[in-house]
Design a protein around this ligand. Sequence first.
Ligand SMILES: Cc1cc2nc3c(=O)[nH]c(=O)nc-3n(C[C@H](O)[C@H](O)[C@H](O)COP(=O)(O)O)c2cc1C
Length: 226
Amino acid sequence: MDVADALYKRISIRAFKDTPIDEQAVRTLLDKARWAPSGGNLQPWKVIAVSGDEKAACSALAGEVLAKNPGGEAGDYPIYPETVEEPYRSRRFKVGEDMYEKLSIPRDDKAARFARLAENYNFFGAPVGMFFVIDRSMGHGQWAHLGMFMQSLALVAVEEGYGTCMQEAWGMVRASLHAHFGLPDNEVVYCGLALGVPDMSHAVNTLRSDRAAVDEFSTFRGFKTS
Ligand SMILES: Cc1cc2nc3c(=O)[nH]c(=O)nc-3n(C[C@H](O)[C@H](O)[C@H](O)COP(=O)(O)O)c2cc1C
């Protein structure tokens, strides 16, 4: 598989087969992804991979926290800015509506939409979950570099026949995860990730999200006209 194929083939997978993934297979993915670049080669990422009882414990913890407080735990790293301006606002709205359309869940069926969102905390049925942890002393650059690592992992997962969904939803229970994993004060859980063999028969995995055309986000200066 070439890089462009993997890049296009990687979509967010939100339904998985039961096929287990063993520790060695997860190690192999991480071993490949660690070649992601980072400024100054800081490699500002840490990974916690969970399976079996540990994965179930994370799901149970999220269930408990969100039952008490459906808005999630207050934190210093909100998932989105307080105001999401255009064109970003419309893009976010559209991908959500497109997903619920695939699932035949109408806008007014709040209970079904909520239940679908809650699937995040079951890693969408994936056999493996991952959490990405970063040192609180890191700045915006290093957070971007962690993102490069995550994308690298998602791409090598595609090459190995797996699917992934990155999951900032886990940020809603960040403080509880921090305590559960016994992390030091200087570390913060940024994001989760579901990893497994995609169930491509599930309607949710037929979603191909839009992208803006090159001319919408690029300008070209100084090129000779051909
Ligand atoms: C850092 C990050 C966090 C994300 N968090 C979630 C999440 O919590 N739940 C979810 O269903 N999708 C999540 N997504 C998936 C995005 O909605 C998805 O990447 C976007 O709509 C583009 O679709 P695609 O991944 O299928 O190309 C996340 C994506 C990224 C990059």
